[in-house]
Design a protein around this ligand. Sequence first.
Ligand code: GLU
Length: 479
Amino acid sequence: MAPKPRVRFAPSPTGELHVGNARTALFNWMFARHHGGSFILRIEDTDESRSALSYQVNLLNDLSWLGLDWDEGPQKNGSYGPYKQSERLNIYKEHLQKLINADLVYPCYCTEEELEEERQALILSKRMPRYMGKCRNLTADERKQRENEGRKHSFRFKVQPQVIEFEDLIRGAMKFEGEAIGDFIIVRSNGMPAYNFAVVIDDHLMGITHVIRGEDHLSNTALQMMLYKAFGFASPTFVHHSLILRKDRAKLSKRHGSVSVGEFRKQGILPEALINYLGLLGSSFTDGREVLSREEMIAGFALERASKSGAIFDEEKLHWLNAIYIRNCKTENLVERLKPFLEQAGYKTDAIDAKWLNEIIELVKTELTTLAEIGSHIDIFFDDKYEITAEAKQILEKESAAQVVKVFGEYLKTAAGNPRENYLAAIKYTKEEKGAKGKDLFMPIRAALTGKVHGPELDKVFAILGKGAALKRLRLATS
Ligand code: GLU
């Protein structure tokens, strides 16, 4: 029996979790869950200048919110830890020593400026910019001299002329020319390991069987293959999925709207909708269905079916899915999820009768695309928010409309029974009395009762408002 796969999501805490990275996490998670393997979370925080603890905290929160639970990683035990690279520096040091002993690396004393100069010169002469090995063959004396000058050094890996090949599960056979790759840095001059170095050591020591990540890492994989060989490690299976693009095929970036999981969360996208949407993006499930539960996504997931070309991010479709999830959410549960959004819209949820709020949400939930829209849908039920819009005013200004509202109100005053019966009887009476029907009958009453020209079914709105509130509004609207 093949060993259970071990996959990892290895974010760098240098910003908010981008939906593209969330999709990488999702692919890894679905793969692990589909095969009964392990999903590992590793924090790649060796770039001290760009990493921040707050990003790390948000990252863990966002992943938890999405329901992408990890089996090993921060806040979890695991026998392959630590799971934060900044806590693994000794491991990298030992591995560096191994490469030094094997004469596969050398110290490089070049400064940023010198490197940039070399880069520009290569570009000018139309050659591939890369490190040309200036420090590779320094003598012991020359090294000493640079150290005496106070120069700090990084360590570079000696790239041999070779063809680097690997098999990608989505892309097939991949080939890179070693010629085009300069000796690359594995340990920076501040002593911190470079990404390509640390990632190989960690993936190996953590027993990772499949590395699933975005295609922007393809060229890194070529470098990593060299390190696997240098250490004598067996390489994992590589899987590079396509990236998320905008409709015009440009990279999905902050400048063009929401891109982080946190932003979608704030907008009131439900995690199950976002997960469903990201799972569909550039991937397909056997029967072509689009609304899938987590379990269905896990069962139907196959990396091989992921598309090679970029996946277009369509926010409208995300909203369409979100509306479906909101509609299907149990009302009591939805009310809880809506509370922060209600508070934000100025509603004191503690002061609202729970049963009444439930009835309102039950009625308006079919109209919501995001949770953040809630305020503008429930305001019609709150007297202090009652306001006649310009459109409603226009309708009520007509004499015939004013008459409809007046007759409706007069009948209502004397009507007995429950609010629903009151409403139906008052409508029937007004219809007979004024000969009004359809839009001419309902629009003026809607405009007067809610102050708006659109909204949920009027009989249901009335039932929630009750006779007293309704009469007050009818008076206000016609005064
Ligand atoms: N820390 C890297 C990133 O966030 C990880 C890439 C990888 O999965 O190897 O891009």
